[in-house]
Ligand binder design. Structure first.
Ligand SMILES: [Fe+2]
Length: 252
């Protein structure tokens, strides 16, 4: 059987996630560590590129990893300390690392935001900043419980708005700053009664309270597992290869 090569998986993901058309000031997207002609026999996915995850991946027989966070931004060149150890581990074990950050947050189908929107049956979805605005129809406590059970997380709710949620901003990861645009983008976000994001951010507490907007912090990690998981069936279908999500919970 013809082996699948690293560049073929990378090209497939670049196309699927429209990487060339999405700017990302936070991360270099695409292959961060690897050689184009290395064979790929099993693909692992995880949120954070860390030694614990790399070691688990090696034990599972993965030779191609997809992570959401990366080892460096575009243009960064220093490979030192923890980054040195991670890169060395990958190179010593012939494991390639492909990173998809903002492209995997914002993709209209596989993106973290789109997948979170799907979990709450969202409609009328429009992109906004690195997130999206959508209509939902949910009691706020029921919605919290749904996310807790779907994402295996313990979310935190700042209950500053109405019990019934009609319009939400969803922005995975560290997304609470979108509420700070409230006055600048008033016409777009004036009806929002809930912000759903990942990371707990104390700087948003009083802003949300004074605006009367609920905030649901899902946990940064939990909010960014869903996009990776959504890629699994697409990769399996295209390459007919073993693919596994590697859970490295941070609780954060
Ligand atoms: Fe993130």
């Amino acid at each position: 059987m013809k082996s699948i090569l690293t560049y073929e998986v990378a090209d497939f993901l670049d196309n699927l996630l429209d990487v060339s058309n999405i700017s990302d000031p936070f991360c270099k997207n695409g292959i961060q560590v690897g050689k184009s002609n290395l064979p790929v026999s099993k693909i692992g996915l995880m949120v954070d590129p860390c030694l614990e995850g790399f070691s688990r991946a090696r034990k599972l027989g993965c030779d191609f990893l997809i992570t959401h966070h990366g080892l460096w931004k575009f243009g960064e060149a220093s490979i030192i300390n923890t980054t040195y150890n991670r890169v060395k581990f990958l190179m010593d074990n012939n494991i390639s690392l492909y990173v998809s950050h903002i492209p995997l947050d914002v993709h209209p189908e596989y993106g973290n935001n789109a997948q979170l929107a799907k979990m709450c049956g969202a409609t009328d979805i429009v992109t906004y900043d690195y997130g999206l605005i959508c209509n939902i129809d949910f009691d706020i406590i029921e919605l919290k419980n749904r996310f807790d059970s779907e994402l295996n997380t313990s979310s935190q709710l700042l209950k500053f708005g109405s019990d019934l949620v009609k319009t939400a901003i969803i922005c995975s990861g560290s997304g609470s700053s979108v509420l700070k645009n409230y006055y600048k983008d008033y016409s777009k976000i004036k009806n929002v009664d809930l912000l759903i994001t990942g990371e707990r951010d104390s700087s948003i507490y009083h802003i949300a309270k004074e605006l009367g907007v609920n905030v649901l912090f899902l946990g940064h990690y939990a909010s960014e597992t869903v996009g990776l998981k959504a890629l699994i069936p697409e990769i399996k279908k295209h390459f007919n290869i073993e693919v596994e999500f590697i859970e490295i919970q941070t609780g954060l």
